[in-house]
Design a protein around this ligand. Structure first.
Ligand code: FA5
Ligand code: MG
Length: 462
């Protein structure tokens, strides 16, 4: 699983030893109308990914992600009008913006080519909206507002299933107290709490961080305990307000559609300790959805270094930041069962939604899917065969099948005790959101996946 918060040691488990994948070299790539020089070792962005640039679902009229973005912006701004909104930042950013400005260590897994789409060695498709934090912090003085919200499309080489897509949307939120006035933070918290109390939605909140020793999630030394406590509360109440609003709207729409429906009266929601290079302490939010915990947000108190990079004076400010996964929340809000639907241009999908309006998605049909396994022996491990991530296999399937792939799962891993040869088996589920797919069509895609695996990684099909 790709996660910015994943720590280095978790990486090994999903790594496979395979032959190095070379990209079919083009000297120049055009992305969003601009030309970029490629790099022989770094460039790994594919045409199917580049095709997503400019779709900007977060500002597309009558699109669920746009409706949700608007809902959250309005709700947060309704508290004390504290946020400037930015929704048009270009997705091609520098490694400095995406990583260095936030203090990512040189060996952080988020930087690796297996997780990130590189345009060249210094340029990439942003993997998160945090890439714009530094520049927006530096503009707080000009805007006169102590906070900002950034919504944008973000790109990651990632696993394939109903809640993961290589392109998705995030909303970054940041709030800063320049001067660190305790009475001001307390006053802001009071106004916020009042807004939260207006909600009828019953949030059942678990917070493991409250009972955890501080070494799990240490505070920064320049802050007092009281400051950390107050700013953490402001962050948590702000996000609880967002979640309450989303679910209040959800329930309203359910009631309007069917007053006799079995309407839930509470939402299970939890704060989990987390790690991000540029926040301390840090948390993630998970909500209970379809009988499982779904991660929807990462957040924390911003490391002073980010503020210093943005031009703040030492010890002068304290700030929180969050990054919400908009697509997943839109799925909850509109009852959209598969993240790929958000990209559908089928009128039966897009005509169902209207700006400012929350309604339940009505599946227009369920097209049958088709499952194929691909099993293969890995080549002998040699020094010439550097490690390649499981995401490289995902990428081959994605590139061959496009949006016809619903999920890819490792179902078997086996080592022959005599020869020491390793074998893997992946189960690929093909299904279209918009139409029937034929067996012939699936067989052709499957053949292409097999051929590419053999060509690129020298595997032996079983
Ligand atoms: C981040 O991206 C951090 N930038 C969040 C942050 C901001 C932390 C500010 C601290 C301060 P993470 O990798 O966990 O964190 O992703 C954030 C959210 O994006 C996740 O909770 C999830 O809801 C969503 N997300 C992540 N990967 C995918 C994916 N492949 N498809 C859809 N949504 C995803
Ligand atoms: Mg995460």
């Amino acid at each position: 699983m790709y996660s910015i918060c994943r720590i280095n040691t978790q990486r090994g488990a999903s790594r496979l030893l395979l032959r190095f994948q070379s990209t079919d070299a083009k000297e120049v790539l055009t992305i969003g109308g601009k030309n970029f020089k490629t790099h022989p070792e770094y460039t790994n962005v594919t045409p199917s990914i580049i095709n997503h640039v400019g779709k900007s679902l977060h500002v597309k009229p009558n699109h669920p992600v746009n409706i949700l973005r608007d809902l959250i912006e309005k709700k947060l701004s309704s508290v004390d009008n504290a946020f400037t909104t930015y929704n048009k930042f270009d997705p091609v950013v520098s490694t400095f913006q995406n990583f260095d400005s936030l203090g990512f260590p040189a060996d952080h897994p988020g930087r690796s080519k297996s997780d990130t789409y590189y345009v060249n060695d210094k340029t990439l498709l942003r993997t998160h909206t945090s890439a714009h934090e530094m520049e927006c912090y530096s503009k707080v003085g000009e805007t006169g507002k102590p906070g900002f919200l950034i919504s944008a499309d973000v790109y990651r080489r990632d696993e394939i299933d109903k809640t993961h897509y290589p392109v998705f949307h995030q909303m970054e939120g940041c709030r800063v107290w320049n001067g660190r006035s305790i009475p001001q933070i307390k006053a802001d918290l009071k106004v916020l709490q009042k807004k939260l109390d207006e909600h009828e939605m019953n949030l059942v909140v678990e917070d493991e961080s409250l009972s955890n020793p501080p070494d799990v999630n240490p505070k920064q030394s320049y802050m007092t305990d009281e400051e950390v406590d107050l700013v953490s509360q402001h962050l948590k109440r702000s996000l609880e307000l967002v979640i309450s609003e989303v679910f209040t709207q959800r329930i309203k729409s359910m009631r309007a559609e069917n007053p006799n429906a079995d309407i839930p009266t509470e939402l299970k929601f939890r704060w989990v300790n987390a790690y991000f290079p540029w926040t301390a302490p840090s948390w993630e939010i998970e909500v209970w959805w379809n009988n499982d915990w779904l991660e929807i947000c990462g957040c924390g108190i911003v490391q002073q270094q980010v503020l210093l990079n943005a031009g703040y004076k030492e010890n002068s400010a304290i700030s929180w930041a969050f990054g919400l996964g908009l697509d997943r929340i839109a799925m909850l809000l509109f009852e959209i069962p598969d993240i790929r639907l958000l990209w559908s241009e089928d009128p039966r999908f897009i005509s169902q939604f209207k700006d400012g309006h929350i309604n339940t998605f009505k599946p227009y049909s369920k097209y049958p899917g088709s499952t194929r396994d691909v099993a293969f022996w890995l080549p002998d491990e040699t020094k010439e065969n550097p490690e390649v991530h499981e995401n490289d296999i995902m990428e081959i399937v994605r590139d061959s099948a496009g949006s016809l792939v619903e999920s890819v799962k490792l179902v078997d891993r086996f080592t022959n005790p005599k020869t020491n040869k390793k074998s893997l088996c992946y189960r690929i589920h093909y299904q279209s959101m918009d139409r029937n797919i034929t067996n012939d069509e699936v067989n052709k895609i499957q053949k292409q996946v097999e051929t590419r695996l053999v060509d690129k990684y020298n595997v032996t099909l079983r």
